[in-house]
Design a protein around this ligand. Sequence first.
Ligand SMILES: Cc1cc2nc3c(=O)[nH]c(=O)nc-3n(C[C@H](O)[C@H](O)[C@H](O)COP(=O)(O)OP(=O)(O)OC[C@H]3O[C@@H](n4cnc5c(N)ncnc54)[C@H](O)[C@@H]3O)c2cc1C
Length: 529
Amino acid sequence: MLHHIGAAGGVAAVAGAMQSMGWFGAAHAATLEPMPGNLGNGRSVIVLGAGFAGLVAAYELEQRGFSVTLLEARGRVGGKAWTVRDGDTIKMQGEADQVARFSEGLYFNAGPARLPSFHQGVLGYAKRFGVPLEVEVNSSRSAYLVGKNGRKLRMRTAINDMRGHVSELLAKAVNQGALDQALSVDEKAQLLPFLKAYGDLEGEYEFKGTTRSGLRTSPGAGVSSFETAGAPVPLSELLANEQIAMMGFEDNLYMQATMFQPVGGMDQISVGIERNLQQRAVLNADVRRIRQSASGVDIAYIDTGTGTARTLKADYCVCTIPFPVLAGIDANFSKPVASAIAGVVYEDSNKVAFEAPRFWEQDQIYGGLTFVGGETSLIWYPSWGLHGERGMILGCYSSGPPGKAFAQRPLTEQIAMARAAIESVHPGHGDECSAPLVVNWRKVPYSLGPWPNWTPGARGRGEHAATDTPAFRLLNQPDGRIVFASAALSQTPGWQEGALASAHASVAAIVRQMAERSVTERSPRAAAA
Ligand SMILES: Cc1cc2nc3c(=O)[nH]c(=O)nc-3n(C[C@H](O)[C@H](O)[C@H](O)COP(=O)(O)OP(=O)(O)OC[C@H]3O[C@@H](n4cnc5c(N)ncnc54)[C@H](O)[C@@H]3O)c2cc1C
């Protein structure tokens, strides 16, 4: 039907029909409705930034017939999806350059490193473009929770001993009638056997330890070496470990198994999308000026390879440049939009990577995270290259206020702290960690931060708290012919899936604009009729 409308009334008529059918709903809709492949014929779009949002927007616009120019300031695509390999240089504002010196095959995902199963959008692009994935081991029951006193709890011990103690307490409460108001007789009768199984309780609902938490004696050959459980860690000791709540990290929806990573580095999905663009991204194109008028947009950029200044014109612009960077670019945005852009506050996030012989595998750890808290927050073990000679290990991945304090330290101190965190968990191995690299995202040019905090100072707002502020709403709307797209404008600013959702919304917004301009943009054929 849409093709018939298009033949009679041109692109604007198609867009108008789609709008009236409700195909362009909320500005931040997560999916892109099917649209005819010729919808954008004769219309041009300049996309600023070839991070995930820009790549997805460029690809989807091309699929709908638009002529797209994708400008990227860096010499690579992917934006924050940045995989550092041997020989790469890390530049940060106010810091000396760092050059990666890794053994063959090693790499470091400085930004995104994991994909949850339910991020079907990103996984879908990986599948469409043949980007091979492998499992990312995001949690290991052999890893540790490390208290401030240095006491290490194996994750399996923390999780299963806590389950045992809590199950015993709950069973006691049920049997003493403390929950009679809350539970029926039948529910009590059903809950007790569940608790017995859940907590591995014995006899009259007592928790005396469980092999789930690890073994005191391991099973061997013959009858002389049976498997036995150790005594449980007392509840008081579990509770005293400041990291105990992190035993639930793997239950966070975004962190649940099965998680994935592209083989060879996170940038591979971005590279795969770019490879499938009809018009490949223009790299080293540092956008310096953004102008729009009633008839179109003018973009000026410097080719940083040659120093040449260039300008381009188009009907529309999708701008994915991170807001702290955009705030410094000469643009004629409307006043409210300019002040909203200037007001977006970005967080801190840091990673410190080393390469090392795989000593963690001798401690039964194959991937996953050890939580140490403080400014370095955690140790992250690699999921790939198991049983190889060497691997990448992170001695720090910290965000929020601890991350902010960490990033203010000299790089040498940051490296020393990350190494010390590894040494405290794996004594004798801190010095085996070599080739350190630090990434403080707030200092990275063309990013100036990992993700925004739309409500700075608000208490109790986690990374995934719903965002709805006036500035967020405003920037989710086009400013004239310029449409903003970015993970920062989604409800998951810390995930590529959010960038994808926002990119899809930007495509819908451009088509909606065409519908709104239907009188002036009617095709010549329709106008003649
Ligand atoms: C430390 C960290 C960990 C993360 N972990 C995960 C994870 O595990 N999984 C996950 O899915 N996501 C993760 N994310 C989030 C994910 O990286 C982002 O949501 C996503 O990459 C953002 O894409 P974007 O296109 O919105 O922005 P960007 O990637 O920032 O893209 C913007 C683009 O604009 C370009 N640009 C900037 N200035 C100019 C200019 N003047 N001219 C031209 N181009 C310009 C930039 O170079 C960049 O390519 C993580 C991010 C960080 C920082």
